[in-house]
Design a protein around this ligand. Sequence first.
Ligand SMILES: Nc1ncnc2c1ncn2[C@@H]1O[C@H](COP(=O)(O)OP(=O)(O)OP(=O)(O)O)[C@@H](O)[C@H]1O
Ligand SMILES: [Mg+2]
Length: 447
Amino acid sequence: MAIEIREIAKFERIGAHSHIRGLGLDEKLKALDVADGLVGQKKAREAAGVIVKLIKSGKMAGRGILIAGPPGTGKTAIAVAISKELGRDIPFVQVSASEFYSTEIKKTEALIQAMRRAIGVRIRERRIVLEGEVVGLDYNMVPNPYNPTQKIPESATLSLATKDERRTFTVSGRLALQFMYQGIEVGDVIMIDKETGRIVRIGKSEKAKKKFDLGDVETVEIPSGRIEKEREFTYVVTLHDLDEANARRSVFSLFEPVSREIDNEIREAVDEQVKRWVEEGRAELVPGVLFIDETHLMDIELFAFMNRAMESEMAPIIILASNRGFAKIRGTDIVAPHGIPLDLLDRLLIITTEPYTRDEIRKIIEIRAEESKIELSDDALELLTDLGERNSLRYAVQLLAPAHEFAKLKNSGKVEVDDVKRASELFVDVGQSSDYLKRWEEKMVAQ
Ligand SMILES: Nc1ncnc2c1ncn2[C@@H]1O[C@H](COP(=O)(O)OP(=O)(O)OP(=O)(O)O)[C@@H](O)[C@H]1O
Ligand SMILES: [Mg+2]
């Protein structure tokens, strides 16, 4: 069963920031040289650590942060680290400002939806649940109809046991997929909301800990009594989830897709409902983070809209990232720092990132190579470090994959200096590519 889970995981692309596990700070919020996958950039990391602390204690709602610095200095990396530090329960939504511009919905609607995805509501409810230790889990795998090289579960057979009862269920593909994503396996004590299929992993059973010699994992007792029972169930949904659920309810036909735009009346009704829940002690608001990367792509209208939305009681923490210096605010002729209107800038805490030293560049490349399981010769690492220093860090990091392919063709698998050279000859960086464009401009197809 564990093998099948890996089969799916194999198709995951190794993201550019997958090596980042956190901010790498000690208890006093001091940055360690290299920790949690992060190297250097200490001031920014420490500042981010304070922000995380404020967010966790609920003291940041409705505030904004700007991470500013030259390209490739780890702005996105630090935002990813913040999301890791926040943990699973605090929503973290990452978008690029370009995503606000689509033909399907208005840009302000896209922004408000993103903001509402970043606000959680922790709800406590009495629900009918299935609770027990997983004693059997078998997936019935079939090829993915949209991508036949990939296998997905069509269904699964799940056996649950308490101290007093054991039952076997056949679960749908949708639920089976959730089991996979959450990495549920035999020995886990879980709870499933019978109506919604929401799964909560409570912990490993003591029995499983002994059997598999799991070291110091936290264990929980195997529940007793019936598997199906009424229980207090706590889960986090986002305001956007509630908006959508309510929008769907007001649509006549089940087959009609929910319009991508949500009426403001629906949002107001959801806000009222949530406030009532909070007053009744049934729910808590969990303001999370909306991270907007490539902020310079936002225009004056979006900035104004966001500024206003941040005033509302239910506003998330906004983190912006920009690599622009003085630039025109999109949609105007006004030049402002980072291309951001001054009234908005005024309310932001600003974190800056600085260019890396050669040693830091080398270390980051090393970490990336390790993360992608690529072996590098010393010379190859030096050459990549040169390229990182001369061209850009991102360019050097991106050459790892093609260089590795060349190394594999020679059957060695270890990347040598020649493989890096060959890759850097075939792939150009942004600077070279714009030189090329300038040189051949007239010959290229214009719009
Ligand atoms: N301090 C660091 N430690 C480890 N890895 C880093 C660090 N800084 C950047 N990286 C990695 O280097 C690559 C480039 O960094 P990143 O994308 O965060 O830069 P950026 O400042 O967001 O650039 P841009 O302005 O172009 O968006 C990424 O793969 C990132 O994970
Ligand atoms: Mg970035």
